[in-house]
Design a protein around this ligand. Structure first.
Ligand SMILES: CC(C)(COP(=O)(O)OP(=O)(O)OC[C@H]1O[C@@H](n2cnc3c(N)ncnc32)[C@H](O)[C@@H]1OP(=O)(O)O)[C@@H](O)C(=O)NCCC(=O)NCCS
Length: 82
């Protein structure tokens, strides 16, 4: 899979929740992509975000999850954690 060419969040401001606004926007985006010859769309979201169900309903396939790691250390170089 190639790296993403662009990405944006889906957010609605008007119309109220669960009236199909986000789904309609995403369907329109998919149609536009198909019309312009794009053959793959990737997206991501946190598993408890409503967008997860919308993506599943629109046929997006979950990919293997990955973990982010962070190691904190003091400015003087002291290590924290194991
Ligand atoms: C996520 C968001 C875009 C959804 O917009 P929406 O217009 O309400 O979505 P839809 O009406 O198209 O919902 C379609 C489906 O999504 C799921 N869904 C939407 N909102 C949900 C909620 N609050 N809780 C659980 N499931 C939800 C449902 O499966 C719903 O279908 P149903 O209503 O028939 O059960 C909107 O809540 C939002 O702007 N949230 C803040 C920003 C955000 O989290 N964006 C996504 C970043 S990844």
């Amino acid at each position: 899979m190639e790296r993403s060419q662009g990405r944006s969040d889906t957010v609605f401001r008007r119309g109220g929740p669960r009236m199909g606004v986000a789904t309609a926007m995403k369907v329109a985006a998919i149609s536009f992509a198909q019309e312009t010859g794009i053959t793959e769309i990737d997206t991501d979201n946190e598993e408890n975000n409503p967008m997860y169900q919308i993506n599943l309903q629109l046929g997006f396939q979950p990919m293997p999850a990955y973990l982010d790691f962070i190691k904190k250390f003091a400015v003087n170089g002291d290590q924290t954690g194991a």
